[in-house]
Design a protein around this ligand. Structure first.
Ligand SMILES: [Zn+2]
Length: 419
């Protein structure tokens, strides 16, 4: 696609600038209700607010919780078109070092392994996505190996900004109004806790937060967490026979009774799992938390029941010991609600087709801000960004794939304006 070529230079310039600004979030702070969880997210959000203004977008506001909401107005005659939104997150993951990112540019990538510092490397032999970038004149961007890159989700933000600049400098292209939401703390799972629903006008959004070129996501896990409290009976160890019930032994028995073949490390695709996440305790009391994941709602019910059945079985083996199970829902598969609004996906596929990008659907083995928004009544599929190996020091991005994302976003705005 011709327009993409002109856009690659500003796209790369923006991306480089954004990844160089620290915006790592902090899960502990976020769990304690601090929003945003880190001060540096403000710095990045203010930078983006300034950029909206310099692009000529006056309707842009950064609220007290670090949500940045901006609107691209419709072109004359298109004011009545439906508003839709695009969403990316400003924070980067806390799972790898994320400050002082030094982006490296592997120009004209030829398919050789990319060697980073600290013994890290990315080998196209074991990374077919990277192998597919070789010999196309692509630029691969990585960190220097001491940090993550931050393509998650700065590739998405750079893509949206570049799309806006293109449409603003081409006023002859008709389009309806578009809302842009840049949110904090997605990586902590609290990204939509304080989303300003009262200010959002769109009935539909797309998150721009995916991976490989062409990948579109309309379904994610159903996610529940079970917290189990084991109560034993303490006694002097010298005279414990027939009296003591060890809560730790009960907890360990419970964990080993979970099906090993249904764990994150033994499943992929559409398979669900149980994952013991944390355990602590003493002889008297022990606590275990377990994550449950499944794409299918009925299967999730069965998984919840299975936790109860295993717990009752352990109780029977340890007379006098007690187990209490507390369940909490974390997020739900957005598929049902997205299938009730099929135009979201069909417009996205139409846009990708016009941009010359072949698409495919992939289930997300996790949740996104989009799954939370979908639950809140704003159906939100996810669009690829061209970023890969998220949350790690071997994270990388393909400039050509990022360019394809911009192409799709431009066409998507046009398609929505035609309705
Ligand atoms: Zn992300």
């Amino acid at each position: 696609m011709e327009i993409q070529k002109d856009l690659l230079e500003p796209l790369l310039r923006r991306f480089t600038k954004y990844v160089s600004i620290d915006s790592q979030s902090n899960s502990q702070n976020a769990d304690n209700g601090i929003m945003p969880s880190t001060e540096n997210q403000w710095v990045f959000a203010r930078t983006l607010l300034e950029e909206f203004k310099s692009l000529g977008i006056i309707d842009a506001e950064l609220d007290g919780n670090c949500y940045l909401l901006a609107r691209l107005p419709a072109t004359p005659g298109k004011e009545e078109s439906l508003t839709f939104g695009l969403c990316s997150h400003i924070d980067t993951s806390g799972e790898a070092p994320g400050s002082a990112v030094k982006p490296q540019f592997h120009k004209n990538y030829d398919g050789r392994p990319i060697i980073l510092r600290d013994g890290f490397s990315i080998d196209p032999k074991s990374d077919s996505d990277l192998a597919s970038c070789a010999g196309r004149g692509d630029t691969i961007i990585t960190s220097d190996g001491t940090t993550l890159l931050g393509a998650d989700d700065k590739a998405g933000i750079a893509g949206i900004m570049t799309m806006l600049e293109y449409l603003i400098s081409h006023p002859e292209i008709p389009h309806g109004p578009v809302e842009i939401l840049f949110s904090p703390d997605e990586e902590t799972g609290h990204g939509m806790d304080k989303v300003p629903l009262d200010r959002i006008r769109s009935k539909a959004f797309y998150t721009v937060d995916g991976g490989q070129e062409g990948e579109l996501e309309i379904e994610c896990f159903n996610a529940w967490k079970c917290d189990l409290m084991f109560t034993g009976i303490a006694a002097h160890l010298g005279t414990a026979r027939g009296k003591m019930v060890n809560a730790l032994t009960m907890a360990a028995s419970f964990i080993s009774a979970l099906p090993q073949q249904e764990s994150p490390e033994t499943t992929d695709g559409y398979e669900g799992y149980f994952c013991p996440l944390e355990a602590e305790g003493t002889i008297e009391k022990a606590r275990v938390s377990v994550l449950l994941r499944d794409f299918d709602r009925a299967n999730m019910e069965a998984r919840l029941d299975r936790i109860d059945v295993i717990a009752r079985g352990i109780e029977a083996r340890f007379p006098g010991g007690k187990i209490k199970v507390a369940r909490s829902q974390q997020y739900l598969n957005m598929k049902e609600k997205l299938e009730a609004a099929p135009h979201l996906l069909s417009r996205l596929q139409e846009a990708a087709g016009r941009a010359g990008v072949e698409t495919y659907l992939k289930p997300i083995r996790g949740g996104t801000d989009g799954s939370r928004l979908t639950e809140m009544g704003i159906p939100t599929p996810n669009i690829f960004t061209g970023g890969h190996n998220f949350h790690s020091r071997t994270e990388w991005a393909s400039l050509l794939q990022m360019g394809s994302m911009v192409g799709v976003l431009i066409e998507l705005v046009k398609v929505w304006g035609e309705q």
